[in-house]
Design a protein around this ligand. Structure first.
Ligand code: CO8
Length: 261
């Protein structure tokens, strides 16, 4: 059987490819479990500096929960939702990973697929991407972090409009409202994303880690608490070997050699 997520290394960039194109990369337990363990591998490997998540097949990045496996669930009397717990864990792992995670999206990016993209740090979209939250149309709601992460990124009114109506928006509109960082031609999606990922991977890994943690914290706490957290993150860098190396390399007009400490 095909792996539900493929994995490749492009220098310091790890590329995870959702690989259920016959189901438009809908997420089932196997796909989520595999994605979670690949994220663990990325976290543990100091040679990996950035993670890219993309998807196989021309039609879709991901259309959300696998509705066929959901259909076989009998909810009567069941209070917990194993797939819901799993998806929360895996998306949480993406968000807290000590390395930048870039989502390269194309085609349909719907429901839980959009929630997956929202858990990444940056989103690069092919021109043919269609974003939307169809959940209210099937008697559900975004339950994989979407109501929280989209609201933080887009504000409550735009988020509610997208979720109330299920209306799909294209890549240009997604860029206009700040849902994606960049829009690129579909044929160039992976190359452009890898280019950006490689540029980020040349920066000091400890800096990336502390920046990510500090910006993430900004969404959860008041300004005073956020500033205190930023100061603590900065303090970690002040006496790091990489900061000394960065300053030395600048003086010597050469590329720094990062040690990650
Ligand atoms: N799950 C499983 N299979 C799917 C899904 C899905 N979500 N969506 C499409 N497929 C399958 C189709 O059944 C079809 O398979 P087959 O050829 O065997 O019948 C194949 O993919 C191609 O799909 P279509 O023929 O329908 O292709 P179209 O181009 O006509 O339409 C659409 C594409 C618009 C994407 C349409 O398939 C659609 O509306 N799909 C449902 C999308 C949706 O409602 N997603 C939201 C799901 S709910 C959710 O994501 C909440 C997440 C909460 C977290 C839960 C834990 C994971």
């Amino acid at each position: 059987m095909e792996e539900p997520v493929l994995w490749a290394l492009e220098g310091p960039v790890a590329v995870a490819t959702l690989n259920r194109p016959q189901a438009l990369n809908a997420m089932n337990a196997d796909l989520l479990t595999e994605l979670g363990s690949l994220l663990d591998r990325a976290e543990a490997n100091p040679g990996i500096r950035v993670v890219v998540i993309n998807a196989a097949g021309e039609k879709a990045f991901c259309v959300g929960a696998d509705l066929k496996s959901r259909a076989s669930e009998d909810g009567a009397g069941v209070t917990d939702d194993p797939l819901g717990v799993l998806v929360t864990q895996v998306f949480g792992k993406m968000q807290s990973l000590a390395k930048p995670v870039l989502a390269a999206v194309h085609g349909y990016c719907l429901g839980g697929g959009l929630e997956l993209a929202l858990a990444a740090d940056l989103r690069i979209a092919a021109e043919n991407t269609q974003f939307g939250f169809p959940e209210a149309g099937i008697g559900s709601m975004p339950g994989a972090g979407g109501t929280q992460r989209a609201t933080r990124l887009l504000g409550p009114a735009r988020t509610k409009e997208l979720m109330f109506t299920g209306e799909r928006i294209g890549a240009a509109e997604a860029e206009r409202i700040g849902l994606v960082n960049r829009v690129v031609p579909a044929a160039a999606l992976l190359a452009e994303t890898l280019g950006l990922a490689s540029a980020i991977a040349r920066k000091a890994p400890l800096s990336l880690r502390q920046i990510k943690a500090s910006v993430n914290r900004a969404m959860d706490v008041d300004l005073q608490a956020g500033l205190a957290y930023e100061a603590a993150c900065h303090q970690v860098l002040r006496f790091s070997e990489d900061r000394k190396e960065g300053i030395r390399a600048f003086a010597e007009k050469r590329e720094p050699r990062w040690m990650g400490r």
